[in-house]
Design a protein around this ligand. Structure first.
Ligand SMILES: Nc1ncnc2c1ncn2[C@@H]1O[C@H](COP(=O)(O)OP(=O)(O)O)[C@@H](O)[C@H]1O
Ligand SMILES: [Mg+2]
Length: 244
């Protein structure tokens, strides 16, 4: 009974706030209706947990309303990502053809050994792409290993803080993904972003069970309990039930 009351109460306050629907079925329910516009969120989890898929779903959701989306790949080849994502039913191909969603390959530049970018140069390049594309939604995938690829690894907190400020001022909603290798190792992204969503996986009776947890979400009363996650033909989906 208490739970029902709480949900109604949360809904009442949040109605007044503009929301950015996540595009992940079931996720908006646990973050009080969606992301906040102009905020920067971190999606973190182990390899293969669905971070890239969630990012693409987020861009597709915006594209449905004509909002331009930009996917900036820092490591993987975007061609491979697109190939994998075209298997889902979310209609990515049409948005690529209309250029409502664009993919950018920064990885090839970062992996070049002869010249290393500083954090600031990397972030300024990203801001330039966002500006040129006129993007409303941005995905930066993935932040992991960047420390080894930039020239000034120690400047991260400062440069990231500045970058997040810049995104907030542009009123762009951004998802940053990162690999979570150790559950208790928090990085600058955890502290500096407006919200953190963690994807977990467990082995149970020789079956992989996936779950999602909202670790932090500024300005939004949210449900922090773990929720079951499954991959479907429509992408990642969150269920309003505990993983076990
Ligand atoms: N239909 C499906 N059923 C189960 N798992 C799937 C399905 N489609 C994709 N996957 C899983 O999705 C994972 C890839 O998701 P991805 O978004 O690339 O993860 P990440 O970016 O976190 O590495 C693969 O490990 C694969 O196991
Ligand atoms: Mg990925």
């Amino acid at each position: 009974m208490v739970t029902v009351k709480k949900v109604v109460y949360v809904g009442e306050i949040l109605k007044t706030l503009e929301r950015v629907p996540s595009g992940i079925q079931g996720l908006d329910e646990i973050i009080g209706g969606g992301f906040l516009p102009g905020r920067v969120y971190l999606i973190t989890g182990p390899p293969g947990s669905g971070k890239t898929t969630i990012g693409v779903q987020f861009l597709v959701e915006g594209a449905k309303n004509g909002d331009k989306g930009t996917f900036i790949s820092l490591v993987e080849n975007p061609k491979i990502i697109v190939q994998d994502m075209l298997r889902y039913n979310f209609g990515l191909l049409g948005y690529l053809q209309s250029k409502t969603i664009t993919f950018h390959d920064l990885g090839s530049r970062l992996l070049r050994t002869e010249y290393r970018l500083t954090w600031n140069e990397l972030f300024n390049t990203i801001l330039q792409i966002i500006d040129e594309e006129g993007a409303k939604r941005v995905v930066i995938d993935s932040f992991t290993s960047m420390e080894h690829l930039v020239k000034d690894p120690d400047n991260k907190r400062w440069a990231l803080g500045r970058f997040i400020r810049a995104l907030q001022e542009l009123e762009i909603t951004t998802l940053i993904t990162s690999e979570m290798l150790q559950g208790d190792a928090y990085t600058d992204e955890h502290y500096l972003t407006d919200g953190v969503i963690v994807i977990h996986h467990f082995m149970r009776n020789y079956q992989m069970v996936r779950a999602i947890q909202v670790l932090k979400m500024h300005g939004v009363p949210h449900d922090s309990n773990m929720k079951r996650v499954r991959f479907t033909d429509d992408g990642v989906r969150v269920y309003q039930e505990a993983p076990f």
